[in-house]
Design a protein around this ligand. Structure first.
Ligand SMILES: Cc1cc2nc3c(=O)[nH]c(=O)nc-3n(C[C@H](O)[C@H](O)[C@H](O)COP(=O)(O)OP(=O)(O)OC[C@H]3O[C@@H](n4cnc5c(N)ncnc54)[C@H](O)[C@@H]3O)c2cc1C
Length: 237
């Protein structure tokens, strides 16, 4: 799996602060007013300290609206269709998903399909605790490989027989890998992380969320480092 911040609003925390200052003062917060002037009455010696003060105030008072202004677009490579379904449940996001009407699933099954750690781990620890598993790791992996290989064989035979790709894809399993891009604002990203970093979320969407969090910490360090320190942080009812 690969997660990359493709594009983010520039100076996102300055934008949050400008918008929030517009709530608390009757002064113009447009770009022709220097940021130092916008932040003038905020406590702190330096502009960085003032930003820190204001962002902390927003977090503490649950004033999350200003975090809706900066948006980020992520490129994601190699997640299962199952993980994609979990991600796309989040309604405050825009998605582009690799289409199996226009692209074909072809190549090494090891690359094309998801092999969860519970297929190869000696001891399986899930949210229900340690599982008793009657198949060895080799047997579990072989079973998944066999199923994946037979599904890709059926898929290829259907396409060769003239069935459109969009119909042939129906025989592919949930573990089929997909690439996608998505865009969310910072507030929605924090909500996504609230839901999907939780211990009872599935390992794959947690891995994806950890990738998103790492990228967000580069993009909005004060916001997402603070978020991480206080996680989980309930943002919405
Ligand atoms: C561990 C786990 C297990 C899950 N299991 C299942 C399952 O078995 N079956 C299943 O179907 N889903 C399941 N989900 C998905 C879950 O129910 C949510 O659909 C998903 O996490 C999206 O989050 P959200 O509802 O907070 O909405 P988002 O779309 O991320 O929206 C963010 C917030 O906006 C508000 N909001 C958005 N739309 C509305 C609306 N129409 N009305 C009112 N408020 C709204 C809510 O406050 C919401 O929390 C699971 C999620 C997790 C994390």
């Amino acid at each position: 799996m690969r997660v990359e911040l493709l594009r983010g609003t520039p100076e996102p925390e300055e934008l949050v602060c400008r918008c929030a200052r517009g709530d608390y003062s009757n002064q113009w917060v447009g770009s022709d007013r220097p940021f130092e002037a916008v932040m003038d009455s905020v406590e702190g010696e330096t502009i960085d300290e003032k930003k820190e003060t204001l962002l902390e105030h927003l977090f503490r008072s649950g004033h999350f609206g200003p975090f809706e202004h900066p948006t980020a677009t992520f490129a994601v490579e190699g997640v299962s269709r199952s993980c994609m379904a979990q991600l796309t449940r989040h309604r405050h996001a825009s998605f582009d998903v690799q289409s199996l009407r226009y692209t074909e699933v072809t190549g090494d099954p090891r690359e094309l399909f998801c092999f969860p750690p519970s297929l190869s781990d000696q001891e399986i620890v899930s949210r229900e605790g340690v599982s008793e598993v009657s198949l060895s790791a080799d047997e579990r992996e072989a079973l998944a490989e066999e199923l994946y290989e037979s599904s890709i064989e059926a898929y290829e035979r259907l396409i060769d027989a003239g069935v459109p790709k969009e119909d042939a894809r129906m025989v592919l399993p949930l573990g089929t890998m997909v690439n996608l891009t998505f865009t969310m604002n910072a507030r929605s990203l924090m909500h996504l992380l609230d839901m999907r970093l939780k211990g009872d979320a599935q390992w794959e969407v947690r891995e994806l969320s950890n990738g998103v969090l790492d990228e967000c910490k580069e993009w909005m360090p004060r916001t997402f480092e603070r978020y991480e320190d206080n996680h989980p942080n309930k943002l919405t009812p």
